[in-house]
Design a protein around this ligand. Sequence first.
Ligand code: ADP
Ligand code: MG
Ligand code: ZN
Length: 612
Amino acid sequence: MRRKKLVILITAVLLVATVVACAYFYSQSAKSIESITYLDFADMAADGDVKVIYLSDSPSLEGELADGTRFVTENPRSEGFKESMLVLGVKVEEGQRNSAFVSALRMLMIFGILIFSVWAISKLMNKGTASGHKDPADKLSAMQCETVKDAGVVFEDVAGNQEAKESVKDIVDFLKNPEKYARMGARMPRGMIFYGPPGTGKTLLAKAVAGEAGVPYFAFSGSDFVQVYVGVGAARIRDVFKKARDLGRCVIFFDEIDALGKKREGALSGGNDERSQTLNALLTEMSGFNSNEGIIVIAATNRLDVLDEALLRPGRFDRQVEIGLPDINGRLEILKIHSRNKPVSQDIDMKSLAQQTVFFSGAQLESLMNEAAILAAKRGSKLVEKSDIDKAYYTVIAGAEKKDRSAISRSDREITAYHEAGHALVTKLVAPENRVTKVTIIPSTKGVGGFSVSLPPDRMYRRKKEMESSIKIALAGRIAEEIIFGRENVTTGASNDIQKATQIVMALVRQLGMGDSTGMLNYDMLFQNGVANQEQIVEECRTFMDRFYRETSHLLVENKYLLDRIARTLLAEESIDEECLDSILSGERSQASVPAGESIAEEGGEKSAVIA
Ligand code: ADP
Ligand code: MG
Ligand code: ZN
């Protein structure tokens, strides 16, 4: 609102200036008119000192002396006056010369100029505001106005997410042919929300809806509308809808809708005034248009539960479509889509790659194929080979491999090797249904010392036993360090493992009713209502964790010879795959000799029990 203040200020300055100017002109004209007696006038006229008189019917006579002084005197209004003056060489002009009239005219002119300049300035300022609030409009008319052909995304480009695609098909049909639905009196949703983890194809699907329907697609980010100045965001929203309405059928996409659609705190807290104004503008606009106009608003968010309920009410975003991580078939399809334009070697088995990429999002799979292609191109190869994929896999999970590994001490490398061997071995022992696709002690530039990838099978539910196994797998790294190097030599490398284990135990006890002494209660709810005792939960978690710790320790001590074998192989080869791990465990393979070492840090991995 600084602009408004500026306009007021400028107006005030102009007003003062005008008043001063008027006063000046007025005093000027008032001062210079001298009142003189008729006798003096007659004398001066006789002396030839009068230049001009303005003859009229009014009782006063005005004129100008030769020296420029203006005067006023009695008007004799006698016949022959004009002639007598003319004879004296005075110029006579008929009609009153009214100085008041002239100054009034002047003032009018000045006022005119004033009003014009105020108008011009406010217009200018408005443009300033508007240029801020114009860019979505610009976007609308230019850059973001990708039509089908430009966007070129169709359903075929979106793999997996069968249910999601199914639930937007009628919208596509509606966009193609809104009248058909209007005739039936069907009320179509005005808005849809796509929600799910990042990188799962929400933006892609929104584009595909527009692409399939052949209508323009406008994309904005929620944060485009969160502004410093109150009201600007709201104005932008109105602008977007105005332009969209002018255009007719289209898809408006708001990415990261949570930026402006987060739950509002109590009305009295004040909160973010601007954001709630913007949100209101959006809601108003959405209820404003006729649902059969053929405009569909799609919003995307990672989390539905943080959104203001007002957004989800009927008539707003009343269709909510979940877009989840792809299952194995989805992953296979996505991999196929993103290797379409890449020369991929015959010996890459996409199916097994899909198996190895549990918990990968579409974006990660895309990045996997892309990284691999880059590596292949760098090598100057004609084909993307398995080794490129392996390297890319590592990069996607842990970041780029650290190239200079000479500074890593041998003892650090040994610690890493045993730590990762611990994770891998316990996975094989407690969760044989999991796949251990990769164990490595190659550190990454992100500070990861090494990792072991353990993939639980794709299943709808997680069983209690699986969750317990995940905890044991997470603890195994630290326990292996303890067994081999002694309690006093354990490292910080297990901090992420411990965090992960704690997370699972907490979920078991607090939310899933799987604790032994805590019963089938949701402790989050109890805590909210202030009726539960935190210590009891901590106690239960500890008891659980201690038990898992003991069991895992026993397991590793019993199988220490296997732990040694795996660790030695890791030290020799840096990375091993599942086949190699299996042959070590079955004793087919004996360990190799050992080269030099590295620093330890542990990969957290945001996904449950994948990387340990
Ligand atoms: P989101 O909006 O959910 O964060 P995006 O739509 O931006 O995800 O996805 C990023 C990229 O990942 C896409 O451009 C595409 O290359 C790839 N991708 C994600 N999901 C899929 C999918 N289901 N099918 C094909 N590609 C996908
Ligand atoms: Mg996106
Ligand atoms: Zn670990």
